[in-house]
Design a protein around this ligand. Structure first.
Ligand SMILES: [Zn+2]
Length: 159
């Protein structure tokens, strides 16, 4: 068994759409970033890569590489999964927390879990997404950005 941790934060940007967990959310501000800035998927990608000791998201998908401009983070997740499988691992479970003052995420969480599970080839019951606020504290608490953290468990492929 191998465990990995991931953390990411993106600044809010009024000119962008908000995409979290591969789901476009109706909200007046999105997140700044080179790709679709899906902070939740970025944390999961980093956890996947970390569990397999394969480096980090910036190394595999450099933000200054035009290849990844406006990339769908679901595609980055798929590529990270392929790397992890090539290294001989299967995905176990994923647990993640999004830290966002707004919007309220509870109603969107089932769709995010479904989307992430499908991308990883596991059942939705193996993917947990939780949401919390920053209690008004600091930049996240003022709604200037959204952060996410994730842990992923990998198991060595049998045979
Ligand atoms: Zn990111």
């Amino acid at each position: 068994m191998r465990v990995g941790i991931g953390y990411d934060v993106h600044r809010c940007d009024e000119a962008r759409d908000l995409v979290l967990g591969g789901v476009e959310l109706p909200h007046e501000v999105g997140l700044a970033g080179h790709s679709d800035a899906d902070v939740l998927l970025h944390a999961i990608v980093d956890a996947l890569l970390g569990a397999a000791a394969l480096g980090d998201i910036g190394q595999h998908f450099p933000p200054d590489d035009p290849l990844w401009k406006d990339a769908r983070s679901l595609d980055l997740l798929g590529r990270a999964l392929a790397l992890v499988r090539e290294a001989g691992f299967d995905v176990g479970n994923v647990d993640a927390t999004v830290i966002a003052e707004r919007p309220r995420l509870a109603v969107h969480i089932p769709a995010m879990r479904e989307r992430i599970a499908r991308a990883l080839g596991v059942e939705a019951g193996w993917v947990s997404v939780k949401a919390t606020t920053h209690e008004g504290l600091g930049a996240l608490g003022r709604g200037e950005g959204i952060a996410a953290m994730a842990v992923v468990l990998l198991s060595e492929m049998s045979g």
